[in-house]
Design a protein around this ligand. Structure first.
Ligand SMILES: [Zn+2]
Length: 217
């Protein structure tokens, strides 16, 4: 149970961080993580609760069928979306969904965020595609999002927001932060003459470098 406690604390901290950094307002957005010692269980934020008042017991633990394994709160409406990621992507251990201003602008325009910035392609693996529209919380949204998330660590949900994933919760938050920054920068780039996309070869090289050589080893 110790690892469940640690993951719940990490989810609460992540919720406070996305709120404080302006990636969400109010109670929107949601955060989940796989429980390392119990990889068939996922812990997720409850539906519609203030991030700043969340306690450990408010976090809901679910299995991949969405059955509650622990907790008494109603889980986030986006459970189908989060569970689809964990089912399809065994390397993903953290998922963060936000409604940040600039990423959501691209989502509203239903235009992918182009692979035109080095940090973006390093952490996402290419451009950030837009999934086909579906209503929030529906199984259709999960299906469309998984299709657009293929080979990437982020996806825009049409007319809705951004989903970022990572090998852990920290990386999922960082993914959302980098995508939001790219979304803003590339809108500015359009004002100064337009952006230039990186080539597929350049993107692959930078992604590989990020995965295998970047940082302290
Ligand atoms: Zn949402």
């Amino acid at each position: 149970m110790r690892e469940r406690t640690a993951i719940k604390q990490a989810i609460i901290a992540a919720g406070k961080e996305i709120l404080a950094s302006g990636l969400v307002v109010g109670t929107w957005g949601n955060v989940s993580a796989r429980i390392p010692e119990e990889p068939d269980l996922v812990a997720i934020t409850p539906s519609g609760m203030d991030y700043n008042t969340l306690q450990e017991e408010d976090i809901v633990v679910l299995d991949f069928n969405g059955e509650v394994a622990e907790g008494f709160r109603k889980p986030s409406i986006e459970v189908p979306l989060h569970l689809a990621v964990y089912r399809d992507r065994p390397e993903v251990n953290g998922v963060v969904h936000v409604h940040s201003v600039y990423a959501t602008a691209w989502a509203a325009a239903r235009r992918p965020i182009p692979g035109a910035l080095e940090d973006l392609v390093q952490i996402v693996g290419g451009d950030v595609r837009v999934s086909e529209y579906a209503l929030p919380g529906t199984p259709e949204l999960a299906v469309h999002a998984m299709k657009a998330l293929r080979d990437r660590n982020a996806v825009l949900l049409a007319n809705h927001g951004l989903l970022g994933v990572g090998k852990d919760l920290r990386e999922a938050i960082k993914t959302c932060q980098v995508v939001e920054k790219a979304a803003k920068t590339l809108i500015a780039a359009q004002l100064v003459g337009g952006y230039v996309e990186l080539s597929p070869e350049e993107i692959t090289t930078m992604r590989e470098f990020f995965l295998h050589s970047y940082g302290q080893r």
